[in-house]
Design a protein around this ligand. Structure first.
Ligand SMILES: Cc1cc2nc3c(=O)[nH]c(=O)nc-3n(C[C@H](O)[C@H](O)[C@H](O)COP(=O)(O)O)c2cc1C
Length: 183
């Protein structure tokens, strides 16, 4: 079974990006296994800690988890026209130590969402820039910039329009096709 990890770039309990990830996981076909990847507890990457007995347990946990997935969906807000630090840190942690890039070769879908109209397009491409270096084949189309998130959910956090749900699932379908083509 294809295993897809969802990495969310916001730690907020009420995060719109987390809600998008949960909606996608709920609507995913039964042939896909999905799970959230916890990036909330990672000390900021420092090479001095990455040797001997110093390696933080949460770094080891993330690296092992990343190794177990076939592909990833990154769902993130834009922070100051760039990528949230917590997400960049997770990319850094699982890319090291040198020669042990756990993201290597794993396909990815990038989704950004914001309450504004632009849908975090600059963050989307900044994430993409790192994924190129990490050697992750990224879904090119559809591009997923989700704007106006303030009106996207009902009181239970469920996406309130079929068009957006279907659009998000089309991204997941494209990711699975990329994973299968990559085998
Ligand atoms: C530090 C910070 C910087 C932000 N910068 C941007 C930005 O550059 N572009 C944008 O559209 N929204 C920006 N926002 C607003 C976020 O898009 C908004 O808070 C969003 O809801 C965060 O996603 P979440 O609901 O998943 O937490 C920023 C928010 C924070 C906290």
């Amino acid at each position: 079974m294809t295993k897809i990890g969802f990495v969310v770039g916001s730690l907020r309990k009420d995060s719109s990006n987390l809600k998008i990830a949960k909606n996608m996981m709920k609507d995913a076909p039964t042939s896909i296994e999905t799970a959230l990847v916890d990036i909330s507890d990672l000390p900021i990457y420092n090479e001095d800690l990455d040797e001997g007995d110093n390696v933080p347990a949460s770094w080891e946990r993330l690296r092992n988890e990343v190794a177990g997935f076939d592909g990833f969906v990154f769902v993130s807000p834009e922070y100051n026209r760039s990528i949230p630090a917590v997400l960049k840190n997770a990319l850094d942690v699982a890319s090291r130590p040198y020669g042990h890039n756990m993201w290597d070769g794993k396909p990815a879908l990038i989704i950004t969402s914001t309450p504004g109209a632009m849908g975090g397009s600059l963050a989307n491409h900044t994430i993409r820039q790192s994924l190129v270096f990490l050697n992750m084949p990224v879904v090119q189309q559809p591009e997923m910039y989700i704007g106006n998130t303030a009106t996207l959910f009902d009181d239970n956090g469920i996406i309130n329009n079929r068009g957006t749900s279907d659009y998000l699932q089309s991204g997941l379908t494209a990711l699975v096709e990329k994973i299968n083509a990559n085998d």
